[in-house]
Write a protein that binds this ligand. Structure first.
Ligand code: 1AE
Length: 406
């Protein structure tokens, strides 16, 4: 049997004949027309024809009428790259009324063209030597307009707080004040200095930016300067660019995928691409080792069910793809750590910018408060109880500032 990739759509329409609509998608996005073809041509074209797998119509008492439609697309129709797949299954269709791509299952054959994350969750843990707890990532804030000594100082303070990873802010591009290679050099120097105090290894995900044609070269330069991770704004470049970077043998550091622009695709119930496909399945297929996305609890909120579907897509067992580290982000503070661990378990990166730099006792205390919160949540100790213990003053100050939820 031919290998097929299966797309699931949610289509809203008060009156439509959804069976007819499904057939028009299956035919329209593959062979174009079917009934008009002479019988001899049909035999030749059969292997290219999309198949309607199911049409489930929902007519809720209150709410809009919709159908979930599953269509299988023969792999023979498209090359082994994500742009070709996406244009086939949701190119023109994405503009054709109230329809959203809510799921995607690629065939084994299609998937075999993708090595996926080079490090993945286990590889990142291995690099850091941390296997028994959630990781903690800190985000540079106030980067635009700052010079190298300032960034180095900020980096050092973040590192002293006991974070495992530090990432650039996604809005820090190539600029004369903090050019990529110099930035890497001074930040890695700060990382070494902090490690002497904390004994802790640290990954610095430097933002890989610039014209697409220069990205691989920029990545090599960053790595030569000492970078041990990269941050990449995947959606502004396209999944195929991530795929090219992640499969490049010379780019031998983990890549963290930033979700910038994702809000243009997933939040509408009627249009776009579901978060589990956009930030889950496709990011992993394209090779992201870590994937950032909004959480259900912070300042930029994604509904919990959708959020957990992203996590599941990143962590689902696969015979060929390593898992990607889920990084629920945006507006995270120490008081949210018990919720994060409850929903994500320990294979998660707790990630914060404002929740670290905005700590009343300073940036280093911000990291320490998170580390205390992680230890408490892992031991099932309520945060307020943990905060009252000697040595946990930073956690107490964080809770006083932002509260706690558990
Ligand atoms: C969803 C991405 C979050 C992000 O990149 C970022 O910078 C968050 O910052 P805070 O933690 O909200 O200050």
């Amino acid at each position: 049997m031919n290998q097929m990739c299966v797309a699931t759509y949610r289509s809203y329409d008060e009156k439509a004949d959804f069976d007819k609509k499904a057939l028009s998608i299956a035919v329209g996005l593959t062979v174009g027309s079917w009934t008009e073809l002479p019988e001899a041509r049909k035999a030749e074209m059969e292997k290219h024809l999309g198949k309607v797998l199911s049409v489930d119509v929902h007519e809720p008492a209150c709410g809009e009428r919709y159908a979930d439609i599953r269509i299988a697309y023969p792999d023979i129709n498209f090359s082994r790259d994500i742009p070709a797949l996406l244009v086939t299954i949701f190119g023109k269709l994405s503009m054709d009324g109230k329809i959203k791509l809510i799921d995607l299952d690629v065939s084994e054959e299609f998937q075999s063209a993708f090595p996926g994350p080079k490090f993945g969750l286990e590889g990142v843990r291995q690099l850091l030597g941390v296997h028994d707890r959630p990781l903690l990532m800190s985000i540079f804030k106030s980067v635009v307009g700052h010079d190298l000594p300032n960034l180095q100082e900020q980096f050092y303070k973040q590192a002293l707080g006991g974070v495992d990873l530090i990432k650039d802010d996604e809005i820090l591009f190539e600029n004369p004040l903090t050019p990529l290679e110099k930035r890497v050099e001074v930040c890695m120097e700060a990382a070494r200095k902090a490690q002497q105090e904390t004994g802790q290894k640290l990954l610095y995900a430097v933002n890989l930016t610039g014209p697409t044609s220069q990205l691989a070269n920029q990545a090599r330069k960053a790595i030569a300067a000492g970078a041990n991770a990269l941050l990449f704004n995947v959606l502004s470049y396209g999944y195929d660019v991530l795929h090219e970077l992640s499969k490049d043998p010379e780019i031998n550091v983990p890549i963290a995928a930033h979700p910038a622009l994702a809000g243009a695709f997933y939040p509408s119930p009627h249009y776009g691409i579901g978060a589990s496909v956009l930030l889950g399945k496709l990011m992993r297929l394209a090779g992201a080792d870590l994937v950032l996305f909004p959480s259900p609890y912070g300042s930029v909120v994604m509904p919990k069910e959708e959020n957990l579907a992203v996590k599941d897509a990143l962590l689902a067992p696969s015979s060929t793809l390593r898992t990607s580290f889920p990084v629920p982000s945006a507006g995270i503070h120490p008081g949210l750590v018990p919720l994060i661990l409850r929903d994500f378990g320990t294979d998660v990166v707790v990630n914060a910018g404002g929740g670290i730099h905005g700590h009343p006792m300073g940036t280093a205390a911000g990291g320490q408060a998170f580390r205390s919160a992680i230890t408490a949540a892992m031991n099932g100790v309520p945060l307020r109880e943990a905060a009252a213990q000697p040595g946990n003053e930073a956690l107490q100050a964080a809770i006083d500032a932002w509260g706690s939820k558990e």
